[in-house]
Every structure is written in C-alpha cells, then in structure tokens.
Design a protein around this ligand. Structure first.
Ligand SMILES: [Zn+2]
Length: 497
C-alpha cells in the first residue's frame, strides 16, 4: 500500500509566508503539493521524514530579479540559487532576455552579452515559446518565470537604431510581446541605462506596456537613472504604468553615487503617493552596498560614468585575462601602466566587451531604508558568470537578509522578511499556488535554522554556499539535502496566473 504522504517535515516552526506569526506544526507533501499543514499524528504513513525541530519551515524563496535565463540551460542545477533556499527564478530582467533570438540579436549577443548571461553554444530557439521549451528540456532544479525583455525585442526588430520605431517596427515589437505573453510571460521588463533600452522614449514603453495590460502582466524596470536623476526616473516608470494601466516593479531600487546618498528618502514617498492613487507600485532590492553590471554599460568609450571613482570599481569577470578578476580598475591601470581611461578601453577591447564590474556606489542607510519598505521584495540581481569573482549576491542574497538584517539587526521580523521573499512576489508576479505554506499549494519549501542562517561569500571569495539552510524542496522534490545542493530536474517553467 502506498504511504499517505511522500514526505513529512516534522516539528518545525512554520513561517507561512503571509507575515502571520510562526506556529509549530508539520508539513506533509504528496505528489508535488502540500497535502497537509498542522499537527499530524505520528505514524501517519510517510515515505520519508525530515526532523525540523528547532528549525523554521517556510515557502521556497522567489528571486524576483534574476539573470539566469541562459544559466538555466548551462547550469541546470542553479546550485548558487537553490542553496540559498530559492525555488523560483524570475528571469528576463533589465530589458535583457534570450528571445526573440533572431540573427540581429544573436550578433548583438556575441558582442559581449555572454559576459553577463553566460555563453550560448548554439541558439537552438527563436521565439519566446521555443526558448521556454528549451529551458524545460534542460530540466533545471528551480522553477523559472520569464519577463518579455524590451531591449532584446528592440534589437531583434530595430538593431541598434537610436530613433523611435516606425509604425511598422512598433507593430512587430508588439507582436513579440504578445507572443511572449501568450507563451506565459509574467510581464515586460526594460533596462533604460543600457543599449538599446536607453534609446527608447517613454511613449514607446507605454505602448508596449499596453500589450501586457491585456494579459494582466506587469511592467518591471531598471529605470533610466539611479543617481542624480533618480526621482525623475522613478516618476517616469510610475507614469508608464499609470498610462498603460499596469502595475510597476522598480528593479534593484537604490540611490547610486555618493552625491546622491539619501535620495531614497524622497524616492520611496513617490511610490507611496502612486500607491495611494491606486497605481500598483512595488520594488525589489539586494542587501549590499555594491552594484554590478557590464563594464561597458558604465564606461562607454573607456570613460567611467560621472562620479565613479576607479578605486570603487572592481572587475568581477572577464573572458580571457583572468589575472584581472578581483582587481580594482585603478590597480589594473597600474598593471597596464596606462591612464585609467586607456586601461579601461584596452580591457573592453581585449575582452570583447565581456567584463562585468562590481561598483561600490551605495550607502548602507539607503539600503536599509529600501529593505524596510513593506513593498520591497528581495531580488538577487546575480550575474551567473561561469568564471571569475561574481558579486557575492549571486550566492548570498537571501541568507544575508535573514541573517544580517532580520536576526542581527532586527530591521524586519522573521515573518516579514520571509513574506518579502515569498507571498509578496508570488502575488505581484501572479505565480499561482506558490509563496505560502498552505494546503494545496506547490511544495516549494525551505527548512532553515533562524539562529544560524547567513551568507558566507565575500567580494574576494564570493562562490560560497550559505550556512543554516538544511533542506530545500521544489515541487515536492529535495534539491538541497543537509545543506548540499544537488541537480534534480524538479523545476517547472511557470506561466502567469
Ligand atoms: Zn538592472
């Protein structure tokens, strides 16, 4: 006779993801779903048991800001995420996706994007639907949801044209957004500091967001300016959502550059005011004072963006000359015996635009203020470079929030911290039956020690799994056992709603 349950997690403190106070109980899993929550009698018949006494049982975390589109295929175990308790990855952020992968996009990708998303041996897909099928076939360990990416779509249709799209081009771009939404995308993303997102005017984004509105999706943006122009850029994102009638998610919300420290004191009220008018504005953030992105995006033509000190810029990864990884730009300039601008230019040229940089540009006070906002979710923004020293957020974001900001600093309660990683993102991105420990929901679950959970990676040595997370389940299957991640094809490609 078959056991009543496939697995029972016994005797933990259930933090259910809603923000409700934790309560002791058992969680039973059957056929990938949560079959029962509460006090189950001993010997209720489970094929396996996990003793969670002294530990917390929470929903699997949802990383709302991922760039793992290609990593899901190259590294299907996505161990750097599952070891953090992440069960679901929202990919296609910052206007950068993997589809539509026509010839124009493939050429663009070959000119440096692999440094950010990872190498693509062969584009075997073209449409969004074909890409999602490719991810499915790779059998990743975590679930994945996707945003249609404005920048990728724009390149596929307009190449690197700076001007506004013609009526015909706009019609084709809309068709690509529709195709993505039909295939299950959760919304549209943009990256307005990057090529080609930066060429887009507000009107273009409103028109594309209107397509998403018809499907009940959202608009997610790496806004046009996170420095001195932060407030205008937040206002633009809200305006786009308001005009198109869609909710807005502000990506990795921050105030960048010393001259702009403290600006989140003014940006967060803009969000509150919009919400009071009925615009659904939310955001995500990662718990670090350093950002990370493609070097080429912050150093066009070799000149670092205004206000960026070369000593505050660390090279995380490159394609060929790995001796530069982990070095700051001023150091690299002296290694090359060149002025900074020439050194950066040479590095970009010799490394074929692939270098990824880590920039120490934020103030801890802003980071905390953003994390404290009740509409702030957690998104790692990790860049899954196969080589080098990626920003430690790739391995440590979620345990760092729970260890440092929840336990050590008391910035958020444990229940509230977990809510920002689970039910808030599930509701915002319309991931049905996920984000809560609730009967009938998918069994995405994390078992962790609230007294021990912490990130362990550093900028010098970032590839370290966190401590304190013993088990992680994705759709009822164990992808982390005794703290060790393993590749199990447990993930699903999730469709909106
Ligand atoms: Zn971004």
């Amino acid at each position: 006779m078959r056991d009543a349950y496939d697995l029972v997690i016994r005797g933990g403190a259930i933090v259910d993801g809603t923000g409700a106070p934790s309560r002791p109980g058992d969680v039973a899993v059957r056929d990938g779903r949560i079959a029962a929550v509460g006090n189950l009698v001993q010997g209720a018949g489970a094929a396996a048991e996990i003793d969670a006494s002294g530990l917390v049982v929470s929903p699997g975390f949802i990383d709302v800001h991922c760039h793992d589109d290609i990593a899901l295929i190259n590294i299907p175990g996505v161990e750097f995420k599952t070891a953090q308790g992440v069960a679901t990855l929202v990919c296609g952020n910052c206007g950068l996706g993997a589809a539509p992968a026509n010839e124009q996009f493939r050429q663009f990708y070959a000119r440096g994007t692999e440094g950010v998303l990872g190498p693509v041996e062969e584009f075997t897909w073209r449409s969004h639907r074909e890409f999602y099928d490719t991810v499915r076939a790779a059998k990743p360990s975590a679930n994945a949801a996707f945003l249609a990416a404005h920048g990728t779509i724009r390149i596929a249709v307009m190449g690197l044209d700076r001007g506004p799209p013609s009526d015909e081009q706009m019609a084709v771009m809309k068709e690509h957004v529709r195709e993505a939404m039909d295939a299950g995308a959760v919304g549209l993303s943009s990256g307005l500091i990057y090529v080609p997102g930066t060429f887009a005017r507000t009107e273009e984004l409103i028109e594309l967001a209107r397509v998403v509105e018809k499907y009940g999706g959202l608009y997610v943006s790496h806004i046009r300016n996170e420095g001195s122009g932060l407030l205008d850029a937040v206002a633009e994102a809200i305006h786009i959502g308001e005009e198109a009638g869609v909710p807005v998610q502000l990506s990795h919300h921050k105030a960048s550059g010393e001259a702009n420290f403290g600006l989140t004191e003014q940006s967060l009220p803009l969000i509150d005011e919009a919400r009071a008018r009925g615009v659904g504005v939310t955001m995500d953030a990662y718990p670090y004072v350093a950002a990370s992105t493609a070097l080429v995006a912050i150093a066009r033509g070799g000149r670092l963006a205004p206000g960026l000190d070369p000593h505050d810029v660390l090279i995380a990864s490159v394609k060929h000359q790995h001796e530069y990884e982990g070095k700051r730009v001023d150091e690299i300039a002296s290694m090359m015996d060149l002025p900074v601008e020439d050194a950066v230019q040479r590095l970009l040229r010799e490394e074929e635009n692939t270098p990824v940089a880590v920039m120490f540009v934020m103030d801890e006070v802003d980071v905390r203020r953003v994390l404290q906002h009740p509409q702030c979710m957690i998104g790692s923004d990790g860049l899954p470079s196969p080589t080098g020293k990626p920003h430690p957020r790739l391995y440590g974001t979620f345990p760092r929030v729970l260890g440092r900001y929840v336990r050590e600093e008391g910035l958020l309660s444990l229940e509230e911290g977990v809510r920002r990683m689970t039910s808030l993102p599930a509701q915002t991105f319309k991931l049905t039956d996920r984000g809560e420990v609730r009967e009938g929901y998918w069994a995405d679950l994390v078992v962790f020690d609230p007294a021990a959970i912490i990130d362990t990676g550093t900028y010098e040595d970032p590839r370290q799994y966190p401590r304190g997370i013993s088990s992680v389940l994705v759709n009822g299957q164990l992808v982390v056992v005794d703290g060790s991640p393993r590749q199990v094809g447990a993930g699903q490609v999730l469709a909106r709603g």
